[in-house]
Design a protein around this ligand. Structure first.
Ligand code: NAD
Ligand code: SER
Length: 336
């Protein structure tokens, strides 16, 4: 991997993935693209090459891949679970229509391709704890349907056309650089901002709703390590279960209250997102990723909470709440 194009680069993952790729490959070797232009205070504004690009436009994508001389595409553009339930047709169009265009470009231009799947690729009939690598997948959300179909499409392009397509099933991701994009796990980011700004968080999931989670530095490293792994060792190319920790709102609230004594949480359950969360695994079995390419998470719950608070406090000192991207958490239907 020497030259990279990233779609959906301004989102929660892309913001940190692009920075990490640029650290390793150099700024000019990583073309960040997104449907929208970066706001002036976005960490990627003026930070390296950027092109506005709709991933469903195959010709524009092919041009960008050629212009960037990319050998690898990280395809992050998608609508997340809660937004997908509000706009299911658009989720289908962007998540699957976009992926088809990206796969075709990868086939024609000979690039490798990383595509994230999700814990959302499972449903309520899947064994929840632990959820095996290979198991029943009958998701009940449009987002989940697009993720299962995407895993299969990527496998198909690999076996049929030899495209070097690889992917991970990410759990909920926690980060401080960019706000989450409208998912069911967004509470695990929102809670930090609200704890610091108000000392209080009203959670849209119930206190004991346990889901898999991961801190963003682990998620970014997992994507890069998978793309650098020896292909001969990869049996589950496009859908590796990966996880780092299991978290329920009450448990994270406890960890925050230990550090911010005035912090309190209450609950106003959103039935749509609660039903989505209840259909997802409680704990993924990630032994295939560990065995096939050496996956190992580094961030524990306590280390993640300390680091998030340090980073968010620093961002608030640099840009008081309301003035900086990292101090703003967008509502679920405002992105995508
Ligand atoms: P995000 O919502 O934060 O970012 C997605 C980006 O895609 C946005 O910047 C948006 O502007 C862009 N986008 C939307 N439509 C587009 C289009 N037509 N063309 C180009 N760009 C478009 O999402 P994220 O959290 O960074 O997730 C990236 C990928 O990882 C997605 O496939 C998502 O399903 C997957 N994933 C994320 C999580 C998580 O917790 N964040 C967990 C599992 C899987
Ligand atoms: N974090 C994502 C969501 O909640 C899971 O893919 O939609």
């Amino acid at each position: 991997m020497k030259r990279v194009l990233v779609t959906g680069a301004l989102g929660q993952i892309g913001t940190e993935l692009v920075a990490s790729l640029r650290e390793g490959l150099g700024d000019e070797s990583v073309l960040a693209t997104d449907l929208r232009a970066p706001a002036p205070d976005h960490p990627l504004a003026d930070a390296g090459p950027f092109r506005q690009l709709d991933c469903t436009d195959g010709s524009a994508l092919a041009r960008a891949v050629r212009d960037a001389r990319a050998d690898t595409v990280f395809h992050l553009a998608a609508l997340l679970s809660a937004v997908g339930e509000k706009r299911p047709m658009e989720a289908w169009r962007v998540n699957l229509g976009g992926l088809m265009e990206v796969l075709e470009v990868a086939r024609e231009e000979g690039t490798a391709l990383f595509t994230p799947s999700s814990i959302a690729a499972f449903g309520q009939d899947t064994p929840p704890d632990p959820t095996p690598q290979d198991t029943l997948q009958r998701p009940t959300t449009m987002y989940g349907v697009t993720k299962v179909a995407g895993e299969l499409l990527c496998d198909y392009y690999h076996t049929r056309f030899g495209v070097d397509a690889r992917g991970l099933r990410y759990p909920g991701l926690i980060s401080h650089s960019a706000p989450p994009g409208g998912g069911t796990t967004d509470w695990a980011v929102e809670i930090f901002h609200e704890a610091l700004d108000r000392g209080h968080y009203t959670c849209f999931l119930g206190p004991d709703t346990q889901l898999d989670m991961m801190y963003m530095p682990d998620a970014v490293r997992a994507a890069i390590e998978l793309m650098e792994a020896d292909p001969a060792r990869l049996r589950h190319r496009n859908a590796f279960n990966v996880t780092a920790m299991q978290l329920a709102p009450a448990r994270l609230a406890e960890a925050l209250a230990a550090r911010i004594p005035r912090f309190a949480i209450d609950y106003e359950v959103d039935p749509v997102r609660q039903a989505i969360a209840d259909s997802w695994p409680r704990r993924l079995d990630d032994s295939a990723a560990r065995g096939e390419w050496g996956w190992e998470p580094r961030w524990t719950l306590d280390a993640m909470v300390d680091d998030m608070l340090t980073e968010l406090r620093a961002a608030r000192t640099a840009a008081p709440a309301g003035e900086g991207a990292s101090a703003v958490t967008l509502p679920p239907d405002s992105r995508g």
